[in-house]
Design a protein around this ligand. Structure first.
Ligand SMILES: *[C@@H]1O[C@H](CO)[C@@H](O)[C@H](O)[C@H]1NC(C)=O
Ligand SMILES: *[C@@H]1O[C@H](CO)[C@@H](O)[C@H](O)[C@H]1NC(C)=O
Length: 191
């Protein structure tokens, strides 16, 4: 893994520099043998529901760019969101996090969004940890890349699969089911 390789090389060069002046070459070799440290990665699967509320007095998604007269799905529209992530499909179900960032209509010919968003979690051991989603969200495919994270999700990589549960035809409010698969840092072990 890149992570363990970088740590190994960093330690190797640090030790080599430190030892160069004081120790014999044979001793340096012995030390470098003893520092095979591996970075342990873990896979987490999270499941939750995303509530994009565009209607009413306190919407959680507001248009910040694009023609005010166009429909939400027209090219160029950008929505800034602070959407609730819940355990169950109902908005009243337990809040497990928030999706904060924006999505923008990035295609002139099809329903395809650019997603730039942090999902910050608020529940249990994940409280305060976040993942960053950055990439294309083709509305009829719905796979998005996870490019980073914080807290428990340091060094995160992975993908998010989304599935629209409902869209209110009158006001555009949507509920989207998410399954996210995250490979992230867990710790170091000395091999
Ligand atoms: C939006 O619609 C209003 C009312 O129909 C109109 O007065 C205005 O010029 C339109 N704005 C744009 C940017 O098309
Ligand atoms: C999450 O962490 C915040 C800040 O540390 C704390 O106020 C809150 O009660 C925690 N929530 C849960 C569900 O543990």
């Amino acid at each position: 893994m890149v992570c363990s390789l970088i740590i190994l090389l960093t330690l190797y060069f640090t030790l080599c520099l430190a030892l160069l002046n004081t120790l014999s070459a044979a001793f340096v070799e012995e030390i470098t043998d003893a520092i095979a440290i591996n970075c342990v990665q873990k896979t987490s699967h999270l499941h939750f529901y995303f509530h994009d509320i565009v209607s009413g007095k306190s919407p959680s998604a507001v248009r910040v760019a694009g023609s005010p007269n166009s429909s939400i799905f027209d090219f160029g529209n950008m929505m800034m969101v602070d959407d609730a992530l819940t355990e169950g499909p109902k908005l009243t179900s337990k809040l497990v996090g928030r999706a904060q960032g924006f999505y923008a209509m990035a295609s002139q010919n099809e329903a395809s969004l650019l997603m730039v968003m942090n999902f910050v979690f608020m529940e249990g051991k994940y409280n305060g940890s976040s993942i960053t989603i950055l990439g294309r969200n083709p509305v009829f495919v719905r796979e998005m890349p996870i490019v980073g994270g914080s807290g428990l999700f340091r060094h995160a990589r992975g993908y998010a699969l989304a599935h629209t549960i409902s869209v209110d035809p009158k006001n555009g409010d949507a509920i989207v089911e998410y399954h996210v698969y995250i490979w992230h840092f867990q710790g170091f072990v000395v091999a």
